[in-house]
Design a protein around this ligand. Sequence first.
Ligand SMILES: [Zn+2]
Length: 243
Amino acid sequence: MKLTTIGCGDAFGSEGRYNTSFLLSDDQLNILVDCGASTLLRLKQLNLSPESIDVIVITHFHGDHYGGIPFLMISNKMEYQRTRPLKIIGPKGIEENVYGLQDALYPGTSKVFNEMNVSFHEYANELQEFHQFVEVKGLPVSHSPGSIPHGVQVRIKDKLFGFSGDTEWNDHLLELSKGTDLFVIECNNLNEDSPGHLSYKTIQQRQNDFQTKRLLLTHMGSEVINAKNLEIDRLYDGLEIDF
Ligand SMILES: [Zn+2]
């Protein structure tokens, strides 16, 4: 399995980094975990086909995490005439939220979901199979409540990937990390937590509590991106990791 970092920036594009999106792929499957506003552009920059995505998993309803779906949809419809199934899996309300977003950005285009065989699914707090070889679970985390914030685990075949979503410290983070081959955790700030976000200092103090083979930082502001000699590995846009 391979992780390709489509984008690992914060909501403000700090240091020119792109919005959150991770591609998990092997020779059979392509799964996006989050689909921030810049995702279509980034797939094309990385020579990855926007039509190749089988499953999209969304952590919460903020634009830097799901705002890219309408762009991906019109590309799939207009450029690729896609008919192959696509599953979009997210928190409660995923279907209504994505329909609303699609029609807000490209009025009248939400009909593409039916035309392109897109189905919507809500995850729960236990791993559940949504696609052959793909199981997903979501646990609530601490971020803007209106965004229905979750961290997720995605099992693909025998590999388990975990992602915190955007959050302050929340004990669900430890459960989300449990048994993972990779656990990606948001790290917006260097020394101080801020409302809805974690700091490197907090993560470092708890790093031995995470039950993962590899802990990686994402959603970094400028201070974290530019800090020297951090003990925990940081993602950067375009980074690929085999796991
Ligand atoms: Zn975010």
